[in-house]
Design a protein around this ligand. Sequence first.
Ligand SMILES: [Zn+2]
Length: 97
Amino acid sequence: MDQFFTFTDEAFLKKERDKARKLRSSQWWKRKRASGICHYCHNAFLPKELTMDHIIPLSRGGKSEKFNLVPCCKECNTKKRQLLPFEWKEYMDSLKK
Ligand SMILES: [Zn+2]
């Protein structure tokens, strides 16, 4: 049973994607990415290697707000995409140990 409500409303997704695109070119994001640290694995990367990730995906009702956007390395991004939210949580917990 899927306990998550899935947001597939195109207007919502378009608006949030537009907001994310604008934030990607902002000073706020450039400063955040300049740290070179992936939000999830805490490894160091070149800023250009980090992508913008929605902690709560747009498809799960997450928004393009600053608190929901983090720098993420390609490896974590790929892993996160393949996992369901609860599986990703298990992965995150395993990193903390
Ligand atoms: Zn990472």
